[in-house]
Design a protein around this ligand. Sequence first.
Ligand code: GLN
Length: 493
Amino acid sequence: MFGFDDSLDLPVAEMAQRVRDKDNPLTASKLVETSLLRIETLDAAYGAFLRRTGDLAREQAAAVDAKAEAGEDPGPLAGVPLAVKDNLAVPGVPLTCGSKILGEYIPPTWATSVKRAVDAGACIVGKTNLDEFAMGSSTENSAFGPTRNPHGTAFVPGGSSGGSAAAVASGMAPLALGSDTGGSIRQPAALCGITGMKPTYGRVSRNGLVAFASSLDQVGPMARSCADARALLEAIEGVDPLDATTRGYDTAAQNGVDLGSLRIGRVTEFALDDVPGGEPAQAAVERVRSALFETGATDAELSLPLVQASIPVYYLVAPAEASSNLARYDGVRYGHRAEGGADLMDLYARTREEGFGEEVKRRILIGTFALSAGYADAYYKKAMATRAALRAQFDSAFAECDVIVSATTPTCAFKIGEKADDPLAMYLCDVLTVAANLAGLPAVSVPCGKTAEGLPLGIQVWGPPGRDGLVFDVAEQLEAMDGCGYEAPEVTS
Ligand code: GLN
């Protein structure tokens, strides 16, 4: 691809296998150099990376190659370049979260997920751009400028993990880590034509992930294929004493479901018939459903009325948790501190005024209001009760179907700037993704064709909690269908 050494375009398992095999000339160092060269050449056009970590990647690659040379196993991700969303901690590497408020904050410890990927042999090539504190759906809310979609640089890559999505879609790195609080892995994956997966809540440790909304946040893999994404998930998942919400699950476990006789749920409330610009996504859903039925799967039509409340519920619960999580950025403990505060309160206020962007301030205001005395019953508590009822509706739905198939996003990528002044239009980008976070479900987005203008579309497979292996199994079937799966973008610059 792009006239570069193409070993970086191999499936991840094969790439790593060649590195592990010391008689094969492919080394981790070679993969890392190829990735760094691609970043050097391509990223001026995309702005996917906030920081390149060449020295770290080279050091990690040398350690992998030394292990292979010594006959030790460097792991299932041996030498595979990894892009890391810049809300995950890597010790010694500045962490910005796309915000000015963290200044040049340097975390002292690892995010568990990143450390596990590195222990499996992955090499970190850089930290990727995101909407400030992961709040957004376009990566335009980054304090360091937007990221562009590799399939058309006038378009957004989605968000908030837009940098990670663009890095993978453009071939700069075969694997990336993202975080998904309301769709931030799946929506940019769909808009950039790659695979992105939000694991069951509690499968992957949140330790070292900058908290946005702790009951919704989940770290997950982004890759060019389901097999690659699954390999990264298997490396990072598992119980972590540093995150009490983690639980033991096994992605590789057989789920005992015959793929030929699956009941495929269609949620009436996810239909896009009345959504302007929703026709291509709706047509893609119909196409893959028909193809699944040809393999023996059956149709399960379901109504989950509370899905219609998921945007209002999410935009109360997430800002409420965010307003509490972001209280720690006060100019005293981390990063940026405003000059010349008259007293402590004034210092806090000026620091937060200067350090946070507009969308983050909007969320803090909404969340603080929703939690305040006299309003908490009407807003936060009502939202939490509705969330519990929505979860119960999904439990009943999964008694009648094995998986749900829907579009990932109502429309393909939009132009940079198009929704920047319209927060409600931006929030509606998440209408098909937030329910999975509210209910803690696993969901994966796979590329399924393009619009007439050549912009990718994603299809989402949802499963019951803990059945991450099953959603991947079904997503793999979709990926193999005609017109689906990853396609490298035509270089647009
Ligand atoms: N777009 C959603 C929001 O702005 C989801 C973000 C996310 O998943 N981090 O909150």
